[in-house]
Ligand binder design. Structure first.
Ligand code: SF4
Length: 430
């Protein structure tokens, strides 16, 4: 099989992995080298739902010894199989880079023969790129669960970012859909990478020449909707991962129903709106100081699909509103729908000079059509007559429906040449 055909198969096979973005690395080009992973030198883009679409994103192989039920590359599925060689991947990367098609490489892989063997092949590839071709562009490398920790450490010396995908949010789900994967084998490399990053940062303070170790940190991916795990379970897990392993990002991937199996959900389209709500909630955890337990609880374990999680939270805690814009603390301002991190900072800054009026708020970036239901300005309330959460919800939904007649950008809409339409056809294969 020629390289082009391999590329077609293995780039298509990689499309379900969304845990890539090229931010955060400052690897500079060296004299005589190729590429530059400093943030300004990278031409990358994201779809509306956070997916990065500018790296050469491929699997090293789709020959998998595992049989994860949800996965198109699983051992028992009848798909065309192929593998690159390390040099083929390195050559493709360099050639595409020189042609300006890509700014970096996202290299993942199925598990060929065993985790160590696969990890060694990935390492060999990046060794060629970094040491032989002197490539200084961005590399995101997949850590293979179950691979020896020494190999993970070795890989981290070449990669800008690494990710070990968790995919399934609970032990029960792993047992059900990916019984060959073990939770411990996923978490162990994450923990090791975290320690390696801490060590790198500490040594770098003492010695500027300290060799890099995953300078752009680690990420992971969680699948949404392949199992009965609710939003609370997923969000709690993300919260713990951020705290415990200092992850840069948790990516969420709506389960794409490409296969039929009795243990898989019987759906025709991926739960993209649910994925979107979880992304919004993740943002609230990372930048707005929310805890997962505040957003959801056992009595309400899933987000309201119609409302963003911040509005949802505000309506559930309507007794905390309205907040007076001229008195609320920075943390309180962040809880007001329609006020983001930037506008909260601007409000706090501007208040030092004068009392803010309602008209000032728009200039400070506040989205008044949402915020007006939750604030007072110089004591005056600009929302509906009463502070009734049901009435406010109707107003918010009315505004949303006026605006929302556009389709959400989906993974499949980004690849019309592959999917044709938004309807996913299930394979008859089990
Ligand atoms: S390990 Fe599982 S998820 Fe990964 S490629 Fe193999 S079958 Fe698919």
């Amino acid at each position: 099989m020629d390289t082009l055909e391999k590329l077609k198969i293995l780039s298509d096979a990689a499309k379900y992995d969304v845990s890539c973005s090229s931010s955060g690395s400052r690897r500079k080009n060296k004299s005589g080298g190729i590429g530059n992973a400093s943030p300004s030198g990278i031409c990358h883009s994201w779809a509306d739902d956070g997916r990065c679409i500018s790296l050469l994103k491929i699997l090293f192989t789709n020959n998998c010894v595992y049989d994860c039920t949800y996965c198109i590359n699983r051992r028992s599925n009848d798909v065309k199989r192929t593998s690159f060689t390390p040099r083929e991947v390195a050559d493709l990367t360099i050639n595409f880079y020189k042609r300006n098609y890509i700014e970096g490489l996202f290299l993942s892989s199925a598990v060929m023969i065993n985790p160590n063997h696969t990890m060694e092949l990935l390492i060999r590839t990046v060794e060629i790129l970094r040491n032989e071709y002197n490539f200084n562009g961005y590399i995101h490398l997949k850590g293979i669960p179950g691979a020896d920790i020494k190999l993970i450490r070795k890989a981290g010396a070449y990669a800008d970012r690494m990710s070990v995908n968790i995919e399934l949010p609970s032990d029960e789900s792993l047992k059900l859909l990916a019984p060959q994967k073990k939770k411990n084998e996923i978490l162990k490399p994450m923990s090791n990478m975290k320690n390696g990053i801490i060590q790198y940062k500490e040594e770098k303070k003492k010695f500027r020449s300290t060799p890099k170790f995953i300078p752009a940190g680690q990420t992971t991916q969680l699948m949404v909707g392949a199992t009965s795990d609710n939003d609370l379970k997923i969000l709690k897990l993300s919260e713990n991962l951020y705290k415990k392993f200092d992850l840069k990002r948790v990516y969420y991937s709506a389960y794409v129903p490409v296969l039929n199996h009795p243990t898989l959900p019987d759906i025709n389209t991926p739960p993209l709106l649910r994925e979107h709500r979880i992304y919004q909630a993740d943002w609230l955890l990372r930048f707005y100081g929310y805890q997962a337990d505040e957003l959801l609880n056992v009595n309400k374990p899933n987000f309201d699909i119609d409302l963003d999680p911040k509005c949802d939270w505000a309506l559930s805690n309507i007794n905390m509103f309205p907040m007076e814009i001229n008195r609320a603390s920075y943390d309180e301002l962040l809880r007001i729908p329609g006020i983001g991190v930037k506008s909260a900072r601007r409000i706090v800054g501007a208040r030092k000079y004068c009392q803010l009026s309602y008209d000032n708020l728009k200039k400070l970036g506040v989205v008044l059509k949402r915020a007006k239901f939750f604030i007072t300005c110089k004591g005056k309330f600009y929302g509906d007559k009463s502070l009734d959460s049901n009435i406010i919800k109707q107003h918010l939904l009315f505004d949303k429906n006026k605006k929302d007649n556009s389709n959400q950008v989906t993974f499949m809409s980004l690849y019309p040449e592959i999917f044709g339409t938004n309807i996913v056809q299930k394979s008859d294969k089990i």
